[in-house]
Design a protein around this ligand. Structure first.
Ligand code: BGC
Length: 417
């Protein structure tokens, strides 16, 4: 009898222990840099869905738009053999970590969810290595956008500029009326983001591809590239003196509050307008950067999961399924400002900017002109990206001529290979 009681107590204790072990395991640590108002709201959709699948979310946010700080922290976590379960990544990072054999293979989940068919091919280029799935795309942003304050545009009777010259003329009127023409944050990644648009505007998708994706020295050193730098120089003249170091979302606030008329930024900026209760077509306008109408420079956020034991892997699988859940993709992207990374999510529920973006993506897909963003790591490998960042940001913050910038661009890319 006594023995039986002991056994029962022991069994109870064991059950308790096992339960708490399960509780600890049923958690997924997610590292990301979505800390602005709009970003955090969008992330809430994914958190809720993961919870419904029986997993709690351990949040590891690393602030810093573009993800530079997050990438540095991740490297340290990997070096100490303690990577998070799931990590937000851009472009070549997924492929680099897959090559180092650090990531969980997600083929079985991908097969169940029909990812091969549903995820646009240009995104798959950064999700799959050697034919296997390692990255889970949650969104498709594009960064060749201008976000404008509608009240200022109405007051000055401005319409979306169709050419870069028109943009320059509009900026002049805006400045004369006492507003800052361009809200900008002086951080290398934000300058690189503008450069994406300038290169596309100067030369179109074919040139963009030759220069920033194929890294062809002829395209990099061309007169067309000089024109892209000329645009950057003109844009530099449109910003206020306090731009250095400013975070991107603070620049967006300047447009929201009517201090500045425009911001050139990826459509995560729309998430900020939306989270401030602003409506497209009423409070703000979304327009393609002049000369890039109908073009689509994509930025896709993907999550990669780091190899872990069986229990943690189950959580990673649940997380991957949550990311690719069509309902999550719809709600998340409506809030984030991006479009779904699956082709089977309907357009209704998206606002006019979101629907335009979806249409632009489909056109670019059909024409084979959907190109990856250099600024956000989906055009060239990391080493070249860093080298080009330096050239672009040096040019933007100095009086260097476009001709000299082009020369250093060619050399920088060559040395980085
Ligand atoms: C990411 C976006 C993010 C933005 C600003 C980009 O690199 O792709 O998802 O909103 O940085 O933080």
């Amino acid at each position: 009898m006594f023995k039986k009681r002991i056994a029962a107590v022991a069994a109870g204790l064991f059950a308790c222990h096992a339960l708490s072990a399960i509780a600890a395991d049923k958690q997924v640590e997610v590292m990301h840099w979505w800390t602005s108002g709009g970003e955090a709201k969008a992330l809430g959709v994914l958190k809720d869905n993961l919870k419904q699948r029986g997993y709690s979310w351990k949040d590891s946010p690393i602030a810093g738009g573009g993800g530079e700080a997050a990438r540095t922290v991740l490297r340290a976590r990997i070096a100490s053999n303690n990577p998070p379960d799931a990590v937000q990544m851009l472009g070549f990072s997924v492929l680099d970590y897959a090559e180092q054999d650090l990531l969980t293979n997600l083929d079985s989940i991908a097969k169940k969810g029909d990812w091969d068919k549903q995820v646009p091919a240009p995104l798959q280029r950064f999700s799959k290595a050697d034919g296997h799935w390692y990255g889970v795309p949650i969104d498709v942003h594009s960064d060749n956008w201008i976000w404008a304050n509608k009240k200022i545009f109405d007051e000055l009777k401005l319409t979306p500029p169709q050419t870069f010259e028109e943009l320059v003329a509009d900026a002049d009127k805006i400045r004369k009326a006492g507003y800052i023409p361009l809200a900008h944050g002086g951080q290398a990644w934000q300058e690189a983001t503008i450069f994406d648009s300038a290169v596309m505007s100067a030369g179109g998708p074919k040139f963009y591809n030759e220069a920033l994706i194929k890294l062809d020295p002829k395209a990099l050193g061309s007169k067309t590239m000089e024109k892209a730098f000329d645009q950057l120089r003109a844009l530099r003249g449109m910003v206020d003196p306090n731009f250095p170091g400013r975070d991107w979302n603070l620049a967006t606030s300047m447009v929201i509050n009517g201090k500045a008329a425009m911001q050139i930024m990826g459509d995560w900026a729309k998430g900020e307008f939306a989270s401030a209760g602003k409506k497209p077509g009423v409070d703000f306008l979304c327009m393609r950067y002049p000369g890039t109408q109908g073009n689509f420079i994509f930025v896709t956020d993907q999550f990669a999961t780091f190899k872990a034991g069986n229990e943690r892997q189950a959580g990673q699988y649940a997380f991957a399924e949550a990311v690719m859940d069509p309902k999550v993709q719809a709600q998340f992207n409506q809030i984030k400002g991006s479009v779904p990374a699956r082709l089977d999510v309907p357009a209704d529920g998206f606002d006019e900017c979101g629907q335009k973006s979806m249409a632009d993506m489909r056109t670019a897909l059909k024409n084979g002109t959907m190109v990856g963003s250099f600024a956000h790591g989906q055009a060239m490998p990391e080493a070249s990206k860093t080298a080009v960042y330096d050239v672009v940001t040096h040019f933007f913050n100095s009086n260097q001529s476009s001709g000299d910038a082009v020369k250093s661009l060619v050399t920088a890319v060559q040395n980085s290979k």
